[in-house]
Write a protein that binds this ligand. Structure first.
Ligand code: PLP
Length: 481
């Protein structure tokens, strides 16, 4: 345990509001303690078989019931998964299975490949789903100023996909820019074509439902109240304030819900039926999430959303007051994307603030923001996720945001010179030795290189970073052979 504690010392702080992505601190230590106790109570339970461990079914159905009301889908069914990515994967898998059944009759196998239509701002999890489950993607560009796709282009893409179309995805809100896709219109178009429409509310699912009641601006409908929405993903381990490892996936249509199950009687072992991707499943994250949701209830979530609404407004106003920076689009919840100011011709102003240089300067002052490289016409930006505890550090954060902008204003955008591509193994070794990663140059490199090449560099980097260190610099694991 001493060594575990030592390993943890180099981690970014998970609490206290200094890391504005990855972590969602409710600011209520008693909730963390409760989640830990609930997880410990089910440590040995195996979610593989809820008939042997009925507690798993009870915990899960309590959460589904809660989310049904929260998301206005009174008869929705679904599962608790290990996270947002797994929820998105299963939504795609269900749609692909339904598509295959519909097409089994007519089409020759292999002649038509199923397709997903989605805005370019949809989460990477859908690219992963297409990769794993062998679907194609039609990415609809989002407007560089608003971060939102046009309804006409979404519908055009759906029509272009024709028979191949298996699923349409929209986000509530999108992760990169925190803006709401045209869900009502896209879901209606999907409905007319008798196609499923998934709303990815992984990040918004547990905060947008309370936003208006907590003092935020009211939102247009985006959940199961919208006709045509057939599934929703909503992560418990984000604004549900549960420990990592829990997300909810709900379906309005029971047949689509069943399509994601995998059942097998074709082997000599136990009969298999898996509603999610895993076999043996820990119940720890499920029980922890359940405990947090029971303890908070709708009223508790509204209370936790109030400081989030106030802090979001404060950070937004501060950024808008900074000369050279702007908020991208019209964010509807607690996520903000900050980009460089433009001149009247739409080009980045020479005396603007480069968001990557800004984030680097903010990091030097102790706050971690998330860099987002430029993509197509969408400019590079810095992402901020606001949580209830952000309000407690506002008095420090806002002067830091302002001073960092003053520090880097007018400096040209960093772009790595061609031929200066760093060796990922060397970068990994340096980062592991405690050196600071120069994220601004990593992001510039991603913008500059072909996508396959930058993805390859990232793979090489992370594989090196997590591999056991060579030589004697690693501490003994205590294994004796
Ligand atoms: C976080 C997120 C995901 C992926 O969730 P993980 O829990 O990181 O796997 C998918 N979609 C959106 C919009 C998200 O914010």
């Amino acid at each position: 345990m001493a060594r575990l504690a030592a390993y943890l010392t180099d981690d970014a702080p998970t609490h206290g509001g200094r890391v504005l992505s990855y972590v969602y601190d409710s600011g209520r230590p008693e909730l963390d303690a409760l989640a830990g106790a609930a997880a410990a109570a089910v440590q040995a339970v195996n979610g593989l078989d809820p008939t042997t461990f009925p507690s798993v079914a009870r915990l899960e159905s309590d959460l589904v019931r809660f989310a049904r009301e929260m998301l206005h889908g009174p008869t929705a069914t679904g599962s608790v998964t290990s996270g947002g990515t797994e929820s998105c994967l299963l939504a795609v898998l269900a749609a692909r299975e339904q598509w295959r059944r519909r097409h089994a009759a007519g089409a020759q196998p292999g002649t038509v490949r199923p397709l997903i239509v989605l805005p370019a701002s949809a989460h990477a999890a859908f690219h992963k789903a297409a990769h794993l489950f062998d679907l194609d993607l039609i990415l609809v560009p989002v407007d560089a100023a608003t971060g939102v796709p046009s309804v006409a282009e979404m519908v055009e893409a759906m029509d272009a996909a024709g028979d191949a179309l298996a699923l349409v995805v929209v986000s509530a809100p999108s992760y990169p820019h925190g803006v709401l896709d045209p869900i009502v219109e896209v879901a209606a178009a999907a409905r007319t074509r008798d196609l499923p429409c998934h709303v990815d509310a992984c990040i918004g699912g547990w905060v947008l439902p309370w936003w208006g009641a907590a003092g935020g601006d009211p939102l247009p409908p985006w959940d199961f109240a919208v006709p045509g929405v057939t599934s929703i993903s909503a992560d418990l381990h984000k604004y549900g304030f549960a420990p990592k490892g829990a997300s909810l996936l709900l379906f309005s249509d029971p047949a689509l819900d069943r399509a994601r199950y995998f059942a097998l009687t074709d082997w000599p072992g136990y009969p298999v039926v898996n509603p999610t991707l895993l076999g043996s499943r820990s119940a720890t994250s499920l029980a922890a999430a359940w405990a947090v949701v029971q303890a908070l209830g709708p009223g508790g979530y509204v209370e936790l959303t109030r400081p989030t609404v106030r802090a979001t407004a404060a950070v937004r106003a501060a950024v808008e007051s900074i000369d050279g920076l702007r908020i991208l689009g019209e964010p509807v919840g607690p996520l903000l994307a900050v980009a460089a100011d433009l001149d009247t011709s739409g080009a980045v102003r020479a005396d603007a603030v480069d968001p990557h240089a800004w984030a680097t300067a903010v990091a030097r002052a102790g706050f971690v923001l998330q860099g987002q490289p430029a993509f197509g016409l969408i400019p590079r930006s810095t992402h901020l996720t606001i949580t209830p505890v952000t309000e407690r550090v506002l008095a420090e954060l806002i002067p830091v945001l302002i001073a960092a902008a003053d520090e880097v204003r007018g400096a040209p955008e960093r772009a790595e010179a061609a031929g200066a591509i760093p060796d990922p193994a060397q970068l990994a070794a340096a980062a592991r030795a405690g050196g600071e990663l120069d994220l601004a140059s990593v992001l510039a490199l991603i913008e500059m290189l072909p996508r396959e090449q930058s993805a390859g560099l990232l793979t090489a980097f992370l594989a090196e970073f997590v591999a056991p260190p060579a030589g004697s610099d690693g501490q003994s694991t205590g294994v004796e052979v």
